[in-house]
Design a protein around this ligand. Sequence first.
Ligand SMILES: Cc1cc2nc3c(=O)[nH]c(=O)nc-3n(C[C@H](O)[C@H](O)[C@H](O)COP(=O)(O)OP(=O)(O)OC[C@H]3O[C@@H](n4cnc5c(N)ncnc54)[C@H](O)[C@@H]3O)c2cc1C
Length: 479
Amino acid sequence: MALSQAVVRDLRRIVGEQHVVDQPNDLRIFERDASITGATPDAIVLPGTRDEVVGVVKLAAQHGIPVVPRGAGTGLSGGAVTLRGGIALQLSRMRRILEIDTGSRTATVEPGAVNQDLQQEAARHGLFYAPDPSSQKACTLGGNAAENSGGPHCLYYGVTTNHIIGMEVVFADGSLAWLGGDAPDRLGLDLLGLMVGSEGTLCTITRIKVRLLPAPESIVTLMAAFPTIESASHAVSDVIGHGIVPAALEMMDQVTIGAVEAHYKAGYPTDAGAVLLVEVDGLDESAAELAAKVEEILRVNETSSLRVAEDAAERELLWAGRKGAIGALGRIKPNYYLHDGVVPRTRLPEVLRRVGEIGEHYRLPVANVFHAGDGNLHPNILFDMRDEGILEKVEAAGEEMLRAVVEMGGTLSGEHGIGIEKNAFMPWIYSPDDLDAMLRVKRVLDPEERLNPGKIFPDPEREPKLVARVGLASEARWW
Ligand SMILES: Cc1cc2nc3c(=O)[nH]c(=O)nc-3n(C[C@H](O)[C@H](O)[C@H](O)COP(=O)(O)OP(=O)(O)OC[C@H]3O[C@@H](n4cnc5c(N)ncnc54)[C@H](O)[C@@H]3O)c2cc1C
């Protein structure tokens, strides 16, 4: 439903004439994130300040218009998709790094600041920001906070919530609050903890204060090849079983290695069944000692080849391959559906075997690239949207993979959130009482359910199937 001319005029008055987009062709640019779902907003509004966010949210509240906060749109669970239309509140103009405080080792940023920009700025001060989603060149810190994002280095350092000290948020009625504080213990109710990972359903984040860490003195990156995913998975369990938690422990399967190597020429052995990237860091002596121990364990587990990056350039190349893996898979098929589940680490070989069987059953190529150290698997179903009836197959395969994850004692998401991709599956892991407790919180903060409606919780207004729900198939021809 298009917004009335009066509302569009008021929005323009708040954020400036050029910062409201309401032309149909322009709206289409914002109808997707990186998931396979999409829906067109009625308007895209780009506020430049916190006060403009407040103005827009208040106006939307007055008129009962849904508001969906949006960062870079790299989300993989449909979180930024405007399922019920309304306003896509695009926060990319608010992208400043406001302060790096080297004394207290903190940074304060606007929500649209890009993760990598903060990493680079922190590095200039000998510091680093640990959460590093593979999408970090594009994704925003607001999006990271809303999704409680992880990344390769979150195995040792912890996910986003462990690094956020405080946030300024705007609630659905336009009221404002600063949550959290500098004290290690969060006094009062931990509303900051509640907002991190709330996927834009409880508030719009307008400012974030994060913890920075001293850059490690030494970093050692090892790449080890294995004949099979099973043998690589055993090596992963063995490393952790020895009480070693590397800074990162990532796995790529053969399909991924082939695509990445063709694109990045990072030196990954294309005949390997799986490759592990292991990184340890710390003081010079301890990092070297730890790396030697890891190397020994990988050799005991019969790595077929092992390489230690000799300098920063080689390390970056190895990581460029890993972090660019999803894009490189475009060489195989033009579309992907990237799933996200977590299992107890020891069950990785079993679940990956099952994932392979499901792919074969549906005749869909599946590439695995994932944070193996914490059991966070990312089966990536590759397909061509132009193939008749393909989306239904892709969706059915994805659902079966998630079922396997849950049946093996795992859960629905390690880092990509629930969004509209997995909200129908929430009853697999939560009882009606559990879900009701969460919904009651949502209704207190957003009684009219206007803030990012239809996300996280099972949605009685929709069909159970993703493709049918969002009506993507009709658009498949030109996507
Ligand atoms: C190639 C690729 C690799 C990826 N790798 C990783 C990875 O390693 N780890 C990982 O965790 N994720 C990964 N992701 C997923 C995605 O990048 C993250 O979820 C990221 O945090 C999303 O940030 P964004 O700015 O793009 O947010 P968007 O996609 O724009 O939004 C995501 C959600 O956050 C909400 N939101 C955004 N900004 C705000 C705000 N200011 N206030 C309130 N809510 C807000 C939105 O409503 C939506 O629900 C990857 C994605 C891609 C495409």
